[in-house]
Design a protein around this ligand. Structure first.
Ligand code: MRU
Length: 346
């Protein structure tokens, strides 16, 4: 294992002229950053899942556009806006489900339509602001989510929703961080097959911060809940519909159904940049399908094999199974199209 420090490693580091992206595919064995100077590189970093997690994808894309502006202003002064628009379209193709990506690109597109005195500085400032706002939102959500956990003894989380998946601190993991500061609580993390965000990233990230955590196989969740060890399941989100239906890492829906059976509550923690007010319900959310190779043993990974794999990497949990959605604008209890309106800021 690489030498570890006490500080949580950042997923994204903006140097002023480039974006350093922690290669999360190599964690926890190796801490290595790849450095990008253009939007095509950042797109590849998102596609390949060097950077992942809805808020972190949005922030990376914003920096990708800032890099695009710097590059095209320098090399294609006559039609730089057109080239940047093409890069925005490229970044938008990287992953389909996390709406933070499209939200961040829309912010940049709006800026592109304006007459700016210093475009390079304006785009860099906006990307840095998106990054800083995400951290501030996470810290706020951490406190609001922890308010709901008084008396809880056991928390379970899924996927990785921490510093690695966001600008910093985390969404669901931010709530767990804040709760740990207030009370003694047992934290359980599901391994999150097939990409193992829980086993490779969440338990590592918590260990970095000195927070004890117990890893469980995804298939142990029902039995764990049956034992009475869990009071709350706390997860992040990739896209929340206007009625509170929530797309998140595959397996979240299973946990929600199990939680109902066992009297466990489900909390979704996400900044308002994860809410897609343009869709009424979760049926409209595009679910990313990834390469079957992520699931298949290598021996079946060849043309003509009779064995295939179905690999949706998100699912949608209906709002009726969610006890609370925590955002930086407030907490929605028992989410529905009506209760969600309380946090709708235009
Ligand atoms: O495929 P991933 O690793 O990008 O999926 C990440 C998740 O599903 C997270 O739970 C979600 O993005 C919230 S992260 C704060």
């Amino acid at each position: 294992m690489t030498q570890q420090t006490n500080e949580t490693v950042q997923a994204l580091i903006w140097t002023g002229t480039s974006l350093k992206v922690l290669d999360q595919r190599k964690l926890p064995d190796t801490i290595i950053y790849d450095e990008y100077q253009d939007a095509a590189g950042v797109t590849e970093a998102i596609v390949s899942m060097r950077v992942r997690g809805a808020p972190a994808i949005g922030i990376a894309a914003a920096y990708g556009v800032a890099l695009s502006v710097s590059r095209h202003l320098a090399h294609d002064a006559a039609d730089w806006q057109q080239k940047v628009a093409e890069d925005i379209a490229l970044l938008a193709q990287s992953r389909p489900t996390a709406v933070n990506l499209f939200w961040a690109l829309a912010q940049m597109q709006t800026l592109l339509a304006q007459t700016l005195e210093d475009p390079k500085a304006a785009f860099i400032n906006t990307a840095e602001q998106i990054h800083a706002n995400d951290i501030a939102a996470n810290i706020k959500m951490g406190e609001m989510g922890a308010d709901l956990l008084a008396g809880a003894k056991g928390l379970m989380t899924h996927c990785n929703t921490g510093t690695l998946a966001t600008g910093g601190y985390g969404t669901a993991l931010g709530v767990i961080r804040s709760a740990i500061k207030r009370q003694a609580v047992n934290v359980y993390a599901g391994e999150t097959r097939p990409w193992l965000q829980g086993a490779r990233l969440t338990v590592w990230e918590l260990a970095q911060d000195g927070i004890p955590v117990t890893l469980v196989a995804d298939s142990a969740a029902a039995w764990l809940m049956k034992s009475g060890a869990i009071d709350w399941i706390i997860v992040g989100a990739d896209r929340i519909a206007a009625n509170g239906d929530t797309a998140n890492k595959i397996g979240t829906y299973s946990l929600a159904v199990l939680a109902k059976q066992h009297g466990v509550k489900l909390m979704v923690v996400a900044p308002t940049t994860t809410i897609d007010w343009g869709i009424d319900n979760g049926a409209e959310i595009e679910i990313e399908q990834r390469d079957p190779k992520e699931l298949l043993p290598a021996c079946y990974d060849h043309e003509g094999s009779l064995v295939s794999a179905w690999n949706p990497v998100f699912d949608v949990t209906p709002a009726e199974l969610i006890a609370a959605i925590v955002t930086e604008q407030g907490v929605v209890l028992n989410p529905s199209i009506e209760t969600m309106r309380g946090i709708h800021v235009i």
